[in-house]
Design a protein around this ligand. Structure first.
Ligand SMILES: Cc1ncc(COP(=O)(O)O)c(C=O)c1O
Length: 460
């Protein structure tokens, strides 16, 4: 019998416990954002109606994850919760060593402390902000080598997260001795949540082999990436995502992970690899700041929740809903004439602030202007991914970012379609008044990762 098809994307879960949202007035939001120095990271969460600042750690855990928490064993060493976690990781990423960390950036700090340093160069399709910062903090250079389409907000390409293979090869020919490891971010968060194809990963592996280099995955959104491969890459449509994930893992020598994304955790991360000597060096650093190797920076209960999350995230019904519901937001905005980065990514829709606000120069931060306007108009919190995040260079100069984006990140299993319909209306409202928006100037900023704590004032 043929299965009838229906248009509506339904959430493949029902709500089990609820959290209230607080309604605010425009006046209250204006006060909140002014008091926060126009930095949305500094706005209190209770002053936000729909929080799309990040998909990191903000998703809803399942009934079974909360139940797993009760099994948490808090033994300092050798907790059974660690072995359950390790085996759940290895089921997808069969690396010899699995080292838990409190979140992804801790894994980054450890691996780059061991491998990078002054004079070194780390290529990536696009470094995420914390990845770049952790590379640069060691004195090394972080180089982004995404394909040209990945830098063009409207280029139509199914895998805009792909690495430019020729550019990688050229870098390794020129500066091979300085490159300790090649990274691939799947999906490519800073480039719009765009996937990387299996073919590209194979090609990167070949180049790495030709130059005897290690390949590491920054694999936060591995399941979303695998789903895109299943949907878009020739010959992959019948495969189980678990199979695809294992193939991606088989091409790498190791990985860093923020378990606050696809593993569905509120906290967590890990570092994994095959090399014994490298793992030993990483564990030595882990013990300095994160904790004993069977818990990293995590409680046993967190490890249990992550093990269960890893089982849930590879469910096809979940992934189909996840990718289609993100596309629902992006498609509606496109129909309304709001410029968005296309194709729409997996975990977020990225508004193209440069296209919407051409009258605001890059170093007056059009993305910041748009993000503040969305908050003021409707209490929607988003995140600037543009010159505020990436403009400051290690030598102190300021250079416009390749793209001026505002990310509407969708926490996993948290908001319903009517919440998203409301977000669409808020975006349409702000886009209609775009010409009246003005830019911002920085009032103060910290030396690194300035977007988290900098303060701004409007240019009037
Ligand atoms: C691609 C990517 N890498 C690394 C990280 C850092 O992870 P965490 O926030 O857990 O430190 C993130 C977080 O957003 C990310 O998206």
């Amino acid at each position: 019998m043929t299965e009838p098809t229906f248009r509506t994307i339904i959430e493949p879960f029902r709500i089990h416990s609820v959290e209230p949202l607080r309604m605010t007035t425009r006046e209250q939001r204006r006060t909140a954002v002014t008091d926060a120095g126009y930095n949305l990271f500094k706005v209190k969460a209770q002053d936000v109606l729909i929080d799309l600042l990040t998909d990191s750690g903000t998703g809803a855990m399942s009934r079974d994850q909360w139940a797993a928490i009760q099994h948490g064993d808090e033994s300092y060493a050798g907790s059974p919760s660690y072995f359950l976690f390790r085996d759940a990781v290895r089921n997808l990423f069969p690396f010899e060593h699995v080292i838990p960390t409190h979140q992804g950036r801790a894994a980054e700090r450890i691996i780059f402390s061991v491998l990078a340093g002054p004079g070194k160069v780390v290529p990536n399709n696009t470094h995420f902000d914390t990845t770049r910062a952790n590379v640069e903090y060691t004195g090394a250079q972080a180089v982004d080598l995404v394909i040209a389409e990945g830098r063009d907000p409207v280029a139509d390409h199914p895998f805009k997260g792909n690495m430019d293979i020729d550019a990688l090869d050229a870098l390794l020919r020129e500066r091979g001795d300085d490159v300790p490891v090649v990274f691939m971010t799947i999906t490519n968060n800073s480039g719009g949540g765009q996937p990387v194809s299996l073919a590209n990963l194979h090609a990167v592996r070949e180049v790495c082999d030709a130059h005897s280099k290690m390949l590491f995955l920054d694999a936060c959104r591995f399941a979303e990436n695998a789903w895109f491969i299943r949907e878009r890459e020739a010959g992959q449509g019948e495969r189980d995502v678990v199979d695809i994930i294992r193939e991606m893992a088989s091409l790498a020598d190791g990985m860093t992970m923020s378990a606050k994304k696809d593993p569905m955790g509120n906290i967590g991360g890990w570092l994994a690899m095959d090399d014994d000597e490298l793992a030993q060096q990483c564990r030595n650093l882990l013990i300095l700041t994160e904790g004993f190797p069977t818990y990293g920076g995590l409680a046993g209960r967190d490890l249990e929740a992550l093990a269960q999350g890893l089982r849930e995230v590879v469910d096809h019904d979940y992934l189909r809903y996840r990718i289609r519901s993100t596309a629902y937001l992006g498609d509606a905005l496109q129909r309304a004439g709001v410029p968005v980065l296309t194709p729409v990514g997996g975990h977020a829709v990225y508004l193209d602030a440069r296209a919407l606000l051409p009258h605001i120069p890059p170093l007056e931060y059009p993305g910041q202007a748009l993000a503040v306007a969305l908050y003021e108009a409707g209490g929607v919190r988003s995140c600037e991914i543009g010159s505020v995040m990436f403009g400051r260079q290690p030598d102190g100069s300021e250079v416009p970012a390749a793209l001026e984006l505002v990310r509407l990140a969708i926490p996993r299993r948290t908001y319903t379609q009517s919440h998203i319909d409301y977000v669409i209306e808020v975006c349409e409202h702000v886009a209609r008044g775009a010409e009246a928006l003005t830019g911002y100037r920085l009032v103060d900023e910290p030396p690194a990762l300035r977007h988290f704590t900098a303060t701004f004032e409007p240019i009037t």
